[in-house]
Write a protein that binds this ligand. Structure first.
Ligand SMILES: C[S@@+](CC[C@H](N)C(=O)[O-])C[C@H]1O[C@@H](n2cnc3c(N)ncnc32)[C@H](O)[C@@H]1O
Length: 265
């Protein structure tokens, strides 16, 4: 399924993605280039999301759980001139890359280190907000109540009529449960598949790294428990990888992602 548009702006963004991907994966071996390269553009899904989001006007835009800012780069390319703020729980480890990545992308954004469950912003601050694949990481670290708190905070800091765009591997029912009870109206829903087909060699490297990433997000202090969790997550991913390789001959590392756009009342 192809779910993103073609056109001259797309071509320009694809070129910028490629340049950023080359920078991001410089010095990597060819397998690592495939695995890490996915983060830039995320197999076309980031472009699909920015094309589908209501256009961002002059007001401030918040991207929460911005990680190392790959989606902020896409926002800056799609909506030049918009004032961007990225919030993440830390800008250490891999996330230290956020500033150099934005510089390389040619996108300006203010980065704020904070917990999305307690944002350091006043009510009605932002004209729009987004979260690209951040809610699932908040769920790994802080459970369902953590995700509920982060979404409620995103709505609190939005101005009335402001728009919140969320993309994650969650079902529409999960999104409904997150947004239910908040002063918002859902104005768009859509889903998109990742256009990535990896062979065994790439898939095996990827699941090893993803299992380590999962453990880091889970914020488990005890080393033994960390290792047990890593093995359990790896085994689960390996099972799915083997299933896909056997049934379709390639591995798609993530399922369908869903976009929900909600307007604050
Ligand atoms: C998979 S990344 C999201 C990708 C990112 N949007 C991008 O464009 O590259 C998820 C991020 O959520 C962050 N995170 C997890 N829990 C958080 C919290 N409670 N508050 C803020 N950020 C959080 C993690 O540090 C991680 O960088």
């Amino acid at each position: 399924m192809t779910c993103w548009p073609a056109g001259s702006q797309e071509a320009a963004i694809i070129q910028r993605e490629q340049n950023l991907r080359d920078w991001f994966t410089r010095g990597c071996d060819s397998i690592q280039k495939e695995v890490d390269g996915l983060d830039i553009g995320w197999g076309g899904v980031q472009r699909w999301m920015t094309a589908r989001m209501p256009p961002l006007a002059g007001a401030l835009h918040l991207d929460l759980a911005c990680g190392y800012a790959t989606f902020l780069a896409q926002l800056g390319w799609r909506f030049p001139g918009v004032r961007l703020v990225g919030l993440n729980i830390d800008f250490e480890g891999a996330h230290v890359l956020a500033r150099p990545l934005l510089q390389e992308a040619g996108v300006e954004a203010e980065l704020v280190q904070a917990d999305a469950r307690r944002m350091p912003f006043g009510d009605n601050t932002f004209g729009s907000a987004s979260c690209f694949l951040g809610l699932q990481d908040i769920e790994i670290g802080f459970g369902e109540t953590g995700v509920l708190a982060a979404v409620a905070e995103a709505v609190r800091v939005l101005r009335p009529e402001g728009v919140l765009s969320l993309v994650d591997e969650f079902s529409f029912e999960q999104f409904d449960a997150l947004l239910g009870g908040l002063p918002v109206v859902v104005i768009d829903r859509a889903s998109c598949a990742l256009e990535v087909r990896w062979n065994r060699e790439i898939a095996e490297r990827a699941i090893g790294l993803y299992a380590e990433g999962w453990v880091a997000q889970a914020r488990i202090a005890d080393r033994v428990a960390q290792e047990q969790t890593r093995i359990a997550v790896y085994n689960q991913m390996e099972q799915e990888m083997e299933r896909q390789l056997a049934t379709q001959g390639y591995y798609i590392p993530f399922g369908l992602v869903r976009l929900v756009v909600a307007r604050k009342r």
